[in-house]
Design a protein around this ligand. Structure first.
Ligand code: NAP
Length: 292
């Protein structure tokens, strides 16, 4: 039996078990995928358990995507450069890290927006593990400029450190600006806004999991140009307050479900060697969410 799982804290919002159980069934593989809530001080213990019990792999979510690198035997070059891993493959007791959030994020973008990235000005809210993948994806696609709005200098410095290597591996010409959270940058130039903070995320009981409901106020959203895409990585709920406010303003929006599906199907193929259909998986997840 193939054993898989996800670690994070909190984990009550995660849809990954539904996704991977669907993919196991579709592929005719006998296996299980469980959520293992893991606080930061229990990370080592959890990894030892996965090794002892013969797991094939696991996903990593908030807040362990950066910390997990300390426990790996190897990692893909992109994961190494951005120092963030969301998928671990376990083989003969060795841990190998991949980052499937990068392509997951890019595939979640509508085609027209993806094609126009070299003419767009991006604003990324938040600076954790997911933000690193988003920065990598946007530099890979040569977005014109990228501004990162984070709340701590430590996060800003961590992001600044990975930029030179990313520019080098992608040959990217993107101009990047880092801003700490306080103070409102002039939002007029940004026609791509990506929320990578967990603000807006809710538990199955609909309780907020982070302070605040939206990382941008309604008056901030008013300042964005009309061709802006607002992309919220949060997928539970599907309709976040940020997306609602952007839609009210008449802006295009994308939620986190497509990214979840694409990063998940790529992880599944790493573990099993089975190619799977993201379209089927997305339809199944939507169906599951409606029934929850
Ligand atoms: P993470 O590594 O913990 O990073 C979270 C970032 O958000 C940090 O920079 C943190 O700032 C900031 N933040 C948290 N609460 C905040 C608040 N109240 N105000 C301002 N900033 C705040 O987490 P992650 O792994 O990047 O995940 C972030 C979110 O993206 C989660 O909701 C996750 O579910 C979602 N996500 C979705 C997908 C998908 O497939 N759709 C994939 C990856 C992630 P500090 O450093 O100051 O704490």
């Amino acid at each position: 039996m193939l054993r898989l799982g996800i670690i994070g804290d909190p984990l009550s919002h995660t849809l990954s078990p539904f996704l991977h159980r669907f993919l196991l069934e579709q592929s005719g593989i006998v296996g299980e995928y469980q959520a293992y809530e893991t606080p930061a001080d229990r990370l080592a213990e959890r990894i030892a358990m996965f090794k002892d019990e013969g797991f094939r792999g696991f996903n990593i979510t908030i807040p362990h995507k950066v910390k997990i690198l300390e426990y790996l035997d190897s990692a893909s070059s992109e994961a190494t450069v951005i120092q963030a891993v969301n998928t671990v493959i376990l083989s003969e007791g060795l841990l190998h890290g991949e980052n499937t959030d990068i392509t997951g994020f890019l595939k979640g973008l509508p085609d027209t927006v993806r094609e126009s990235l070299p003419d767009r000005h991006g604003l990324i809210l938040g600076g954790g593990g997911a933000a690193r993948a988003v920065v990598a994806g946007l530099l890979r696609e040569n977005i014109r400029t990228l501004t990162l709005r984070v709340r701590s200098m430590e996060r800003a410095e961590g992001l600044a450190e990975i930029l030179p290597s990313l520019r080098e591996i992608y040959g990217s010409k993107t101009e990047v600006f880092l801003k700490v959270w306080e103070g409102l940058p002039d939002l007029h130039p940004f026609n791509l806004v990506v929320n990578t903070t967990p603000i807006g995320m809710r538990s199955p009981k609909n309780d907020p999991l982070e302070g605040g409901d939206s990382p941008l106020t309604e008056s901030e959203i008013q300042l964005l140009p009309p061709d802006t895409l607002v992309y919220d990585l949060v997928y539970r709920p599907l309709q976040t307050p940020l997306l609602s406010a952007a839609q009210t303003r008449g802006l295009a929006t994308e939620g986190g479900l497509k990214m979840l599906v694409y990063q998940g199907t790529e992880a599944f193929t790493h573990w099993t060697g089975h190619p799977v259909s993201p379209e089927l998986a997305e339809a199944a997840l939507k169906h599951i969410l409606e029934a929850l």
